[in-house]
Design a protein around this ligand. Structure first.
Ligand code: ZN
Ligand code: ZN
Length: 346
């Protein structure tokens, strides 16, 4: 079976990889339908690494996908051949202290699709996954919406992790796909106002169209003074969805005393810097988000019920033979890109 492989910095190719065959009783074989290109895929594409996770070439990345069950192991009870599924790319061990504490996303033995040294990614036509990672897609949901369950689950988990957001004033720094998923989750959960900072014009327009209460361009406006002038008592919670140092500075300067800074973005640097004095006097809480925990079904329900809208998320669609072009568009923020999808049908 051919798969799309990372061959070097900014370079994709194809490799022959192992056929997707059901071997374990709890495995299902999935025909992959829709694969999203994620910001973290782009980190591997552009830098060859995320932190200590360094790519050894060639390597197959990709982790956001949906598909159809094609074969099932003897122990599979919930799914049947022909079922449409969204797939959680995180395979946890189920036995370590983290799994037993209900934190499979920080499992000591976690294996994540398309993560160097862990599992081969989903940029290929077929894959084998444990049944427990597969979530049935209700009929009205498209394969593209099924693929968006993974990023949306991160948005939902991030807002749940921030606590009660209802009636709160909130900032989002960065309105890429994850910023939008955080935004939609906040709206669903009753945030009083959401201010957005985003450098790309198309993404600012999307945030406005979805009902953001204020949208600023951090390249031409002073985010701190614009946010603070509009909201003199300042924000309850600020979400970093860009992984930039400025986000930390802006958050600490726009949060109210007792506020919370949620870090979702993946920085390209090794160390954050925080204004110690201001952060201490305001007693700011800083919380990191690692992917998501048990929010797959909530994401499916949110899309099916219409409580969130994924409208405007997908900006580009490509056959996988055009993967290099697709990745270049995302890596260079070209053509008003938001989420790019690859299709693996022959
Ligand atoms: Zn992702
Ligand atoms: Zn574990």
């Amino acid at each position: 079976m051919k798969a799309i492989s990372l061959e070097g910095i900014h370079l994709l190719g194809t490799i022959d990889c192992e056929e997707a065959i059901v071997k374990r009783p709890d495995d299902v074989r999935i025909k992959i339908k829709s694969v999203g290109v994620c910001g973290s895929d782009i980190h591997y594409y552009r830098d060859g690494k995320i932190g200590v996770q360094v790519v050894k070439y060639p390597f197959v990345i990709g982790h956001e996908f949906s598909g159809v069950v094609e074969a099932i192991g003897s122990g599979v009870s919930r799914l049947k051949v022909g079922d449409r599924v969204s797939v959680d790319p995180s395979v946890s061990c189920g036995t370590c202290d983290q799994c037993l504490a209900g934190r499979p996303h920080t499992c000591r033995n976690n294996k994540f699709l398309g993560c160097p040294g862990q599992l081969e990614g989903c940029n290929k036509p077929y894959i084998v996954m444990p049944e427990r990672n597969c979530y049935l897609l209700p009929d009205p949901l498209s394969f593209d919406e099924g693929m968006l369950v993974e990023p949306l689950s991160i948005g939902i988990y991030s807002t749940l992790s921030a606590g009660d957001v209802a009636g709160k004033h909130i900032g989002i720094l960065g309105f890429g796909p994850i910023g939008m998923c955080v935004f939609q989750s906040l709206k669903m959960r009753g945030a009083a106002s959401v201010f957005v900072s985003e450098p790309l014009a198309n993404r600012r327009a999307l945030a406005l169209a979805q009902g953001a209460d204020m949208v600023v361009n951090p390249l031409t406006e002073d985010v701190i003074s614009v946010f603070n002038n509009a909201l003199p008592l300042q924000q309850d919670i600020v979400f970093d969805c860009c992984g930039m140092q400025q986000a930390a500075d802006q958050a600490i300067n726009t949060l109210k005393p007792g506020g919370t800074f949620m870090i979702i973005g993946i920085p390209e640097f090794d160390n954050w810097a925080f204004q110690a004095d201001l952060m201490r006097r305001k007693e700011i809480t800083i919380k990191n988000v690692r992917r998501q925990n048990h929010c797959d079904q909530a994401a499916i329900d949110a899309i099916s019920s219409g409580n969130v809208s994924m409208e405007g998320m997908i900006s580009h669609r490509f056959h996988w033979s055009e993967a290099q072009k697709a990745y270049d568009i995302v890596a260079n923020y070209r053509d008003n890109v938001m989420k790019v999808v690859l299709y693996f049908d022959e």
